[in-house]
Design a protein around this ligand. Structure first.
Ligand code: NAD
Length: 356
């Protein structure tokens, strides 16, 4: 597959977002986030999301250049309404408030409601860790047809509700767990659809609730459902994400009395914790590192090369893709160009921008 240098993908993505109305600053923040998701190996949340962002900006479901509004500041709780502003930009602004507060009082719960898609949640745990904070994030997705079946169910009742948590360490956050609560993220079904390959066994149900591995009906027509990961336990965590991020932080779950306009709206509940409020940050980091080393020393099971900690696959992918470029399939490249055309970019400019 053709590989693209991260800088070129970032420049192209930012230019298309600017043409769709984002400020230079907003376009840069969103483009860097999307390309970093590709670098981390999560193509489902990378530049392949751009066409949907542009479509929603054009239809008014996403709003460029929003200023997040603090609707409640209760000391250790800050509630922010993102008013459908581009999620990456809105969440970083909200987290800046929470980081300052957590450093003041030891911890802060940040609720971001009504945000346009916020992308890869691990980026926010990395942002908190870079400020020296541990964090955990619950996210739900609304304004959309549900596509994940609960354990024992046969149709979609919620979306891929991600959960994320990380501890800061001397060389970045470790461990960094960042996962959809569906067996695979919806974007991974989209990537498989674009590549024309099946999704893994056990990840998908057809509209009659039977297992299938063809993502076409789900991706193209929202027929069928993804499965929740980990049987009843993963399904339970997805439901908790829905009530923590949806009901508590956002006052909006995916239950059918709420609107479903076909947008991708995230609510997010982030808990930021300053290790200094718990003890000596160095001792905490050393203890976590010793535990991580103990976990990694488990003899690999047959067929496994190495035991990895959560976050290690992303760090390795970043190193490899920074050096060799990000693989992007031709269908995704064409969809990105089409998004550029839809906001008035010429064929010549797109040819110059979208290059390896
Ligand atoms: P995944 O299954 O690839 O990885 C999940 C976690 O498992 C990661 O922390 C990873 O480091 C770890 N991991 C993977 N392989 C491992 C191994 N061999 N050993 C040890 N740990 C390993 O991720 P996913 O569930 O497909 O999620 C993809 C992305 O989608 C995430 O970044 C998530 O935030 C994002 N997402 C966003 C939304 C949204 O609405 N904004 C919704 C769903 C998912």
């Amino acid at each position: 597959m053709q590989r693209y240098r991260a800088e070129n993908l970032t420049a192209a993505t930012a230019r298309i977002l600017e043409a769709a109305g984002s400020s230079v600053e907003e376009a840069r923040v969103v483009a860097e986030h999307l390309v970093d998701a590709n670098l981390a190996g999560h193509d489902s949340h990378g530049v392949g999301m751009l066409p949907a962002y542009i479509e929603h900006l054009r239809s008014g479901l996403f709003v460029a250049n929003q200023t997040p509004e603090v609707v409640n500041d209760a000391g250790a709780v800050i509630v922010v309404d993102a008013r459908h502003g581009l999620g990456q930009h809105m969440v970083l602004k909200a987290l800046d408030l929470g980081i300052a507060r957590a450093k003041e009082v030891g911890a802060c719960v940040v609720a971001v409601r009504e945000s346009a898609h916020v992308g890869r949640i691990g980026a926010y745990a990395e942002y908190c860790a870079a400020a020296g904070l541990a964090s955990t994030h619950f996210v739900n997705v609304v304004d959309h047809t549900p596509i994940v079946a609960p354990f024992g169910g046969s149709d979609g009742r919620f979306i891929t509700n991600p959960f994320c948590a990380a501890l800061p360490g001397p060389n970045g956050p470790t461990p960094l767990l960042d996962m959809a609560t569906s067996t695979i993220a919806f974007g991974k079904a989209r990537v498989a659809r674009n590549k024309g390959v099946p999704v893994p066994e056990g990840t998908l149900l057809d509209e009659a609730g039977r297992p299938t591995n063809d993502p076409t009906a789900l991706v193209d027509e929202k027929r069928g459902a993804l499965t929740a990961f980990g049987l009843h336990k993963g399904s339970g965590l997805a439901i908790l994400c829905e009530v923590f991020a949806g009901a508590l932080a956002g006052e909006r779950t995916i239950q059918p009395e709420n609107p479903r306009r076909g947008s991708i709206v995230n609510n997010l509940l982030s808990i930021l914790m300053d290790p200094k409020a718990f003890g000596d940050p160095l001792t905490i980091a050393k203890e976590a590192a010793a535990f991580g080393a103990y976990v990694k020393a488990s003899p690999p099971a047959p067929g496994v090369d190495e035991v990895l900690l959560p976050g290690e696959p992303e760090a390795r992918s970043r190193a490899e893709r920074q050096a060799s470029g990000v693989p992007v399939d031709p269908m995704t490249i064409e969809q990105i160009k089409e998004a550029g055309r839809s906001v008035g970019l010429s064929e010549a400019e797109l040819g110059m921008l979208v290059r390896s």
